[in-house]
Design a protein around this ligand. Structure first.
Ligand SMILES: [Fe+2]
Ligand SMILES: [Fe+2]
Length: 312
């Protein structure tokens, strides 16, 4: 089934490739560091429903699988999580972790972590009882794409969407359009500055909607668990969690936490990807479904958010 998604050969008018080309040329460590500093400094309060409704104005130029408004994609991702992973009582289904990997990916997992994964989701994450937050992050995971809009920075697509990658590290061969060599003159994609197994949380990533929303939720002190913020932060890190060639990239940077969280990223990715089907749901009842979850996890349904005016 995955073969019918993320097929970059169907490249809408070359827009996708141009977005990735610009990303590989222009993403720099200094821009990501600037973005982080902006989020940690100046922000304004917004009602989260106003932000969610703004997603209606956005289409993702890097995505070969959908031209739908983002709000429909968010709703479909959440409902896919409900259908595939959750029981009616909001506990996780006892799914074999190995089943989340392709056979090629599984062969690439070090023995230590094959042993860790020799169980089911409910047992590996037995400290989590209720998983209703998983639905909510399906619904809000792409909110960071508001950086495309004038009031949140008017950033170009290449600074907001697409697969993320570490900066200060050589680009992995499994990255989209690696063979076009667009990264050849980007110094931040031709270095190796990190210690082995330093952990992704200690790596500077390309700037995008993952990083923006994860950091925004972090400073807002929501009631979302750390697993939720981790999934949001790395959901576009395809080189690691869902490599096109079946060989996981950046393994040398991963620490125990990253391996422990990997099955969650794989669950989320399947819901994020396979929900991009063109059957548009009626969205008039979406608000009533998710309003209670927002109320539970995001105090007063308000978020302090920053405008990322840092690209000329
Ligand atoms: Fe996303
Ligand atoms: Fe998404």
């Amino acid at each position: 089934m995955s073969d019918i998604f993320r097929n970059y050969d169907k490249n809408k008018n070359n827009t996708i490739e141009l977005t990735y080309r610009d990303m590989l040329i222009h993403q720099k460590m200094e821009l990501s560091i600037l973005g982080i500093s902006i989020i940690n400094s100046k922000s304004y309060r917004y009602n989260i429903w106003d932000i969610i409704n703004k997603l209606d104005e956005i289409v993702d130029d890097s995505d070969p699988d959908t031209d739908l408004p983002q709000i429909i994609h968010c709703y479909q991702t959440a409902e896919s999580i409900r259908l595939n992973y959750l029981q009616p009582n909001m506990m996780i289904k006892n799914i074999e972790i190995k089943s989340l990997f392709t056979s090629q990916e599984w062969n690439d997992v070090p023995l230590q972590f094959k042993n860790l994964y020799n169980t089911t989701l409910d047992k590996l994450y037995s400290h989590i009882i209720y998983w209703d937050w998983f639905l909510l992050i399906g619904f809000i995971h792409d909110l960071g794409k508001v950086m495309l809009l004038p009031e949140f920075g008017n950033l170009p697509q290449y600074m907001v969407v697409g697969d993320t990658f570490p900066l200060g590290n050589k680009l992995d061969k499994n990255y989209v359009f690696y063979n076009k060599n667009y990264h050849a003159n980007n110094p931040d994609l031709n270095l190796n500055i990190y210690m082995d197994n330093c952990g992704f949380d200690n790596v500077i990533f390309s700037w995008g909607h993952d990083e923006y929303l994860a950091r925004t939720l972090h400073i807002n002190k929501t009631y979302l668990p750390p697993e939720a913020l981790y999934i949001i932060r790395y959901h576009s890190f395809y080189s690691w969690h869902t490599p096109a060639n079946g060989v996981m990239g950046y393994k040398h940077l991963a620490n125990y936490k990253d391996w422990y969280m990997l099955p969650l990223l794989k669950c989320f990715q399947k819901a994020d990807l396979y929900s991009k089907t063109p059957n548009i749901s009626d969205n008039s009842h979406i608000k009533s479904i998710y309003d209670d979850l927002i109320h539970k996890y995001i105090p007063q349904k308000m978020l302090r958010m920053s405008s990322c005016f840092f690209i000329s």
